[in-house]
Design a protein. Structure first.
Length: 133
């Protein structure tokens, strides 16, 4: 029940250190080896207690290339949101993107990701840079 930031395992985070409350409809992406496995459920439980409604996590250990490609696919889905879209739909599209990426090189490992909690929270379009000035 610990996430390390480097292979030397010197810097880590444990669920007990989570203190920030999250607002309704919050979504977390835990893209680390086995972050959704039973041995890592402390993270999922603590994030949920803190208000996170939806958690994307890995059900299995994943290689860095797979994790990077999933992050790319998920970011692509979020970046292309034109209207409020449920996280469940964006997650499904990200998995489909991952499955098709590089002619399907990840194979069945594309389905190593899971969405825990609610599929309903929506992701809204982000404002363009010129709208933020």
């Amino acid at each position: 029940n610990m996430l390390y930031f480097a292979e030397d395992q010197q810097e880590s985070i444990v669920p007990a250190t989570f203190s920030r409350p999250f607002g309704q409809g919050s979504v977390a992406l835990l893209n680390a080896c086995g972050s959704g496995k039973p041995t890592a459920l402390g993270f999922v439980e603590k994030l949920n207690q803190r208000g996170v409604d939806s958690i994307v996590a890995t059900a299995l250990e994943v290689e860095p290339a797979l994790a990077a490609d999933f992050t790319y696919c998920m970011a692509l889905q979020i970046d292309n949101v034109k209207q409020s879209t449920p996280i469940g739909m964006l997650f499904d599209n990200a998995v489909a993107c991952l499955s098709a990426l590089d002619n399907g090189t990840h194979g069945v490992r594309s389905y190593s990701y899971t969405l825990l909690g609610s599929r309903a929270p929506t992701i809204c379009p982000h404002p363009k840079a010129e709208q933020c000035r």
